[in-house]
Design a binder for this molecule. Sequence first.
Ligand SMILES: Cc1cc2nc3c(=O)[nH]c(=O)nc-3n(C[C@H](O)[C@H](O)[C@H](O)COP(=O)(O)OP(=O)(O)OC[C@H]3O[C@@H](n4cnc5c(N)ncnc54)[C@H](O)[C@@H]3O)c2cc1C
Length: 431
Amino acid sequence: MSQPYSIQDEILLPGFTGTVHLPGEAGYDEARRSLNPAVDSRPALIAEAQSVADLRVALLAARAHGVPFAVQATGHGTHAPCDGGILVRTSSMASVLVDPARRIARVGPGARWSEVIAAAAPFGLAPLSGSAPSVGVTGYTLGGGLGWLARKHGFAADSVLRAEVLLADGRHVTASPDSHPELFWALRGGGGGFGVVTSLEFRLYPVPEVYAGFVYFPIEAAARTLEAYRTWIDDAPDEISTAVVLKRMPDDEQVPAAVRGRHVVLLKVLHAGTAEEAGKLLAPLFAAAGPALLDEARTTTYGAAAMGGTPNRHMDMFDTVPGEVVDALVRASEQAQTIEIRHWGGAMGRPGPDAGPVSHRATRLSVIVDTVVPGLAEELRPYANGGTFLNFLADPSRTAAAYTEGDYGRLREVKRAYDPDGFFRVGHVAK
Ligand SMILES: Cc1cc2nc3c(=O)[nH]c(=O)nc-3n(C[C@H](O)[C@H](O)[C@H](O)COP(=O)(O)OP(=O)(O)OC[C@H]3O[C@@H](n4cnc5c(N)ncnc54)[C@H](O)[C@@H]3O)c2cc1C
């Protein structure tokens, strides 16, 4: 009996030099995996690209066969399946070059932040990376990139100097202020729907030592800590980045005994300065919170500061945070594992005249909840500003909410100019 027709029989990748995984073969399940448990992608084939030429072969094959096409570096931000299509993995293309004199890094599409941090550290430099060093540089930066130095130096997207991009028609172009400037604008916060970025060049910053870590308090301190935080953020200098987190600590031997299995409120802090300065700045918050259960904050290197991400099931942005929001969050923490209330502001709210489409920059606080808490979204909505941030948004049907109307309209124009047939259609894409 003949085998049923399958698209894999037709999709060949002549000249492709990397490994190709087909359904049913060893390695396929591992290669299609993303970190988002809700995404169960079943591509017709998965291609491990080794070069720009490989990427072009895969792209043109998907085009020729009219099947979906998607890029994955690490799987940290894969929010839509590439069923029946070609999934190209870039993790082998992880080159990192640091030019310490110009304070610039140039990376391949598979590079992770850990690799850039390690390459830049010997020169006293650091990138604008985020909470998890395992996140991919390109996906993070295309989605804006909100890191622990963002209040001082802005979004990662604001520090991009140029990108090389494989377009939907197979052309390989440079996007910079002088070359394809509209594409360059869109890439700095508009996501991955404009082309395959094959190389990214961005600024690094001198970061000697930082004071960073978590300070834990009993959950009973949550309401008074958040009340104090609401006004404390008004005067916080750009050097200090903080978040208040309501958290149920795992009952796990790796967790310090003082907080193991406990419901806590913790302060995450990264101060680009000394411990003494940080102590003075944080004194009002510590006074409001009362005695700490555990203080892990210390002077360390940027690379050693582990700031821990929060899985995201719900996010809202706020320009003001009234007591009603504080009350709702404290109540929701009875059901959620983690709720992170994070201070924005500083350089994030001062884009240069040529900044990309990262929007809602006046947002003062974001709230991320890792659990769907019934009724919480409705309770918060009247006080939220309606915006969201692409990198914290798992739902591709809400992409437009990450932008102002004007910026989203401009993104759609760039999309029409560079991808008129909508070839890049998986995940966050301007429509
Ligand atoms: C644990 C964790 C912590 C996080 N912390 C932060 C944080 O602190 N700040 C922050 O801003 N974000 C953070 N994020 C969100 C993260 O930045 C996004 O999910 C980002 O998309 C991840 O990129 P990736 O390449 O690692 O993931 P992938 O899943 O491999 O890629 C995600 C998407 O990026 C696009 N993409 C990737 N490579 C390319 C390319 N070469 N060309 C074109 N498009 C491409 C594609 O659209 C792809 O679907 C975090 C996510 C997790 C899971």
